[in-house]
Design a protein around this ligand. Structure first.
Ligand code: OOG
Ligand code: NI
Length: 468
């Protein structure tokens, strides 16, 4: 290959995701244990469920599954966020969605950087849930100013990374050698640093305002705080975790277990208590910080706005009734209530499709192509599926859920968090900090479905034309 040929953003993302996984495996040994467990359980599910294996084969998900993971970071300033957006753009990742965590008492708002096209998602769907600290929600004005001042002093990107981002923007891409260097330089931003940038007393003050404030403000950079593999059976992984020395949180976030999975189910565990060094006495004073955790997720079908409204309504009705306490008290009641309420959510693909609750990807069957050639395959996609002339496979949900994310944050921060309940999101301020608007997830799923319908009709028309 010539030195000046540019590599695809998909290739850079794939290399970065692999490098990040490698780094995290070294930093957090339980992540490696979890990866093996998830791989074993996924292999078992695929062997036992040939229909699922076929569907994942048709949608191309089977190939991406073992590389599929998401991570999360928290940044402190608008400048950090807008530069992170430029860094992720080098890997073909764009900000999708706005998540308001302030309603749950967590002083951040967030987006998810991820690939958006069908093709890019099939290559590697690596996502990073990215939160921006909201100092405006701190009550103490002096502390607010102090935190902002500390943040203004740090540089979370290497000079090399910044130069390569600029190179990407001006040249329209990176060569293979540049991409290799970029992956190494970009990784530095996400690495764990055990030396805090503040003294113990400052850390304590920040931590008292909110543990999250201390986590963002006291360190040299936005350490990756978890990396999450995707499992095909979260219940099985959750059950098998304790035997491998991993203690998951009490409840699985998201919808209950179903025959036809929807959206996203997640559970997390505390992975590490890190020894850290404060700046007191020239960096000799030791402390402890919990920053990094583990998480697993199971993804189901993306819901239409109608399906999502039903999901939100059912979930709210459960959470209004059965609260889960800090130590997991009430977890069984919560699970039971969740199952009971979600009995109102249709649980077979056909009904989800016919009632317009979820998004599907359509493709012609061999029988459909034969029927088209004989002039017999026509009608809307639903009719084609009913006649066996097309398949409809669930479009996987690629995003996150605000209520679930709040549960993940809370469980890993402990429950001594100050509540800012009643605060509201501010998407305008987030987008101003980001330097651009976020993409709207529903638009992306609707476009994926519409694209598959166009291709379905084109394939049937071509079969008809060939026979004519
Ligand atoms: C992010 C928590 C949210 C998810 O998967 O919903 C999250 C964080 O703790 O920084 O990771
Ligand atoms: Ni997560």
């Amino acid at each position: 290959m010539s030195d000046s040929v540019l590599v695809s953003t998909d290739a850079i993302r794939g290399a970065f995701s692999a490098a990040m996984s490698e780094m995290y495996r070294k930093e957090v040994p339980q992540y490696g244990t979890l990866m093996s467990l998830v791989a074993e359980i996924n292999a078992g599910v695929l062997a036992a469920d040939p229909a699922l294996a076929d569907s994942l084969e048709r949608t191309g998900e089977i190939e991406r599954l073992s590389d599929e993971r998401h991570g999360a970071i928290r940044v402190g300033t608008a400048e950090e966020l807008s530069t992170i957006a430029r860094l992720f753009a080098v890997m073909g990742m764009e900000p999708v969605g706005y998540y308001d965590l302030a309603v749950a008492g967590i002083p951040v708002h967030s987006t998810a950087f991820r690939p958006v096209s069908d093709h890019a998602l099939a290559q590697n769907p690596f996502r990073v849930f990215t939160s921006l600290l909201r100092l405006d929600l701190l009550e103490d004005a002096a502390l607010r100013a102090e935190a902002a001042e500390i943040l203004s002093r740090r540089r979370i990107f290497t000079e090399g990374a910044l130069a390569l981002i600029e190179r990407f923007e001006t040249a329209g891409g990176l060569t293979e050698a540049e991409a290799d260097r970029f992956v190494g330089e970009a990784l530095e931003t996400f690495r764990w640093h055990s030396e805090a940038t503040v003294d113990a007393a400052t850390y304590e003050r920040l931590s008292k305002a909110h543990r999250l404030v201390a986590d963002v403000v006291s360190f040299k950079g936005p350490h990756i705080n978890h990396l999450t593999p995707r499992t095909l059976d979260i219940e099985a992984v959750q059950r098998a975790m304790p035997a491998r020395g991993i203690e998951p949180k009490a409840v699985i976030e998201g919808p209950p277990e179903r025959a036809c999975p929807i959206l996203l189910r997640q559970t997390s565990f505390k992975a590490l208590e890190e020894p850290i060094l404060f700046t007191d006495g020239h960096g000799t004073r030791a402390g402890r910080h919990t920053a990094r955790f583990g998480e697993i997720e199971q993804r189901g079908v993306a819901l239409t706005p109608k399906g999502r409204a039903l999901y939100d309504e059912l979930l709210a009705s459960v959470r209004g009734g059965a609260a889960v306490g800090a130590g997991g008290s009430g977890a069984q009641d919560y699970d039971a209530a969740l199952r009971e309420r979600f009995a109102d959510f249709p649980d077979d693909a056909g009904t989800l499709r016919r009632e317009g609750l979820a998004f599907f990807r359509y493709a012609p069957t061999p029988r459909g192509l034969e029927a088209a050639a004989a002039g017999r395959a026509s009608g809307d996609p639903g009719a084609l599926v009913d006649a066996g002339h097309a398949t409809a496979d669930p479009i996987v949900y690629e995003d996150f859920l605000p209520v679930s994310a709040a549960g993940i944050f809370q469980s890993n921060l402990g429950t001594d968090a100050q509540s800012n309940a009643g605060s509201r999101g501010n998407q305008g301020a987030f987008e101003a900090a980001l330097g651009r608007g976020v993409l709207e997830e529903t638009t992306l799923y609707a476009a994926a479905e519409a694209g598959s319908i166009r291709r379905l009709h084109r394939a049937l028309d071509a079969a008809r034309a060939r026979a004519a």
